[in-house]
Design a binder for this molecule. Structure first.
Ligand code: S3P
Length: 423
């Protein structure tokens, strides 16, 4: 994929449905009684992995255009899968499903692609084991493949060392099969879609500060769910609109849940002209986001903001490289265990463009405003890295050549089509 410098990105776009919310809608729909109707579902490869896992466990799931119907069978309605559950590239599928599988009356095995086989699963093995689960890393390296032998679980109060919605959700989902309430506390609040949606399905979930808890054996009932646009996908067009001269982009109906909206806060700190229109605060909050070209300056990204923008750090690093002054990203060591080591891979590719980037133990220091040019980019099969450099390609001179560009299908199959729609 070759991307060339552009002027004047203009137009209106409805980005695809939120990936985190799409996963959860299928999972909770499968565990609810009755038919859950999901509209604006994200048809990315990750969410399709979740669908296929539940189909293998006997749940009928129909896909009709952008609507998905999940014919749920209740909390105890899953059946033993034949063969391995294939999670593909999806950490969310792996970690959330493990919490559900730990409490079943059958054994299962989870496996995925080369990237998933390097991602840390001890972070869920530890709390699930404390709940009485039998979950093992087949190769005893703390990674997938995972062997799970379902059994009765006990409620725990888990103090997680990482701010991770996947860990929190895994433990809360296992808590539905436990003999007493379960709670999870994390250092900083991570995305709270599980808490919001499980409550909507009828579970007794409470949240206070960075703690969330759940009562066992909820009777989940089927619901209608409209998935908001994914702010993590919108982030590429926010950056493209800010960085490309003479641009104005309207992004329709994007999720702006505060646990996800760090990109808006940090962009504004960098000097971004962003206006929210048609805000709606029922359930998952949404808004239309209007972005206009802005001169950006460097900033510091750290602490409690990190979980609210964890997937947007690659595109924020691109914005920082084009901004005037220095941007410091710290407290972001989680980036090393994403689909790729995003600290190393972003630094490697930004340097190929001529950027001044230093990696640190828990982030990056980017001295912005250096003359940048197109380069051959290796995203290491990481969808968010590929999209970040596609945006960079619309801003700088010279040809941007992105290897394995189609890895964007994980979260945004029509990404390049939508980008060209604005040109
Ligand atoms: C996700 C949580 C985050 C995020 C991932 C999706 C989720 O991961 O990076 O893309 O849907 O719960 P962590 O929980 O590992 O931070």
């Amino acid at each position: 994929m070759e991307i060339k410098k552009q002027n004047g990105l203009r137009g209106t776009l409805a980005v695809p449905g939120d990936k985190s919310i799409s996963h959860r809608a299928v999972m909770f729909g499968a565990l609810a009684k009755g038919t859950t109707r999901i509209s604006h579902f994200l048809e990315g490869a990750d969410c399709l992995s979740t669908i296929s896992c539940f189909q293998k466990m006997g749940i009928e799931i129909e896909r009709k255009e952008s609507e998905v119907l999940v014919h749920g069978k209740g909390l105890h309605g899953l059946r033993a899968p034949e063969g391995i559950l294939d999670v593909g590239n999806s950490g969310t599928t792996t970690r959330l499903i493990s919490g559900i599988l730990a409490g079943q009356k059958f054994c299962s095995q989870l496996d995925g692609d080369a990237s998933i086989r390097t991602r840390p699963m001890d972070r869920i093995i530890l709390p699930l084991t404390a709940m009485g689960a039998d979950i093992r890393s087949k190769k005893e390296n703390g990674c997938a493949p995972l062997l799970i032998s379902g059994r009765p679980l006990h409620g725990i109060h888990y103090s997680s060392p990482v701010s991770s919605a996947q860990v929190k959700s895994c433990v809360l989902l296992a808590g539905m099969y436990a003999d007493s309430p379960t709670s999870v506390t994390e250092p900083f609040l991570s995305r709270n879609h599980t808490e919001i949606m499980l409550k909507y399905f009828g579970a007794a979930v409470t949240s206070e500060g960075t703690a969330a808890s759940i009562c066992p054996e909820p009777e989940l009932e089927a619901r209608e769910i409209t998935v908001p646009g994914d702010i993590s996908s919108a982030a590429y067009f926010i950056a493209a609109g800010l960085l490309t001269p003479d641009s104005e982009i309207l992004l329709k109906n994007v999720g702006i849940n505060p646990t996800r909206a760090g990109i808006l806060k940090i962009s504004r700190m960098m000097g971004a002209d962003i206006t929210l229109l048609n805000e709606n605060h029922h359930g998952e909050p949404t808004a239309d986001i209007l972005v206009r070209t802005s001169a950006l300056k460097g900033t510091v990204i750290e602490g409690a903001d990190i979980p609210t923008l964890i997937d947007e750090i690659p595109i924020l690093a691109v914005m920082a490289a084009f901004a005037e002054g220095t941007t410091i990203i710290r407290d972001a060591q989680e980036l090393k265990v994403k689909e790729s080591d995003r600290i190393a891979v972003m630094a490697e590719n930004l340097k190929r463009m001529g950027a001044d980037v230093q990696t640190t133990e828990d982030g990056m220091i980017i001295h912005g405003g250096k003359p940048l040019q197109g380069a051959v980019i290796d995203p290491h099969l990481d969808h968010r890295v590929a999209m970040s450099f596609a945006v960079a390609g619309t801003v700088c001179p010279g040809r941007m050549d992105i290897l394995n560009w189609d890895c964007v299908k994980i979260s945004y199959p029509d990404f390049y089509k939508d980008l060209y729609h604005l040109i």
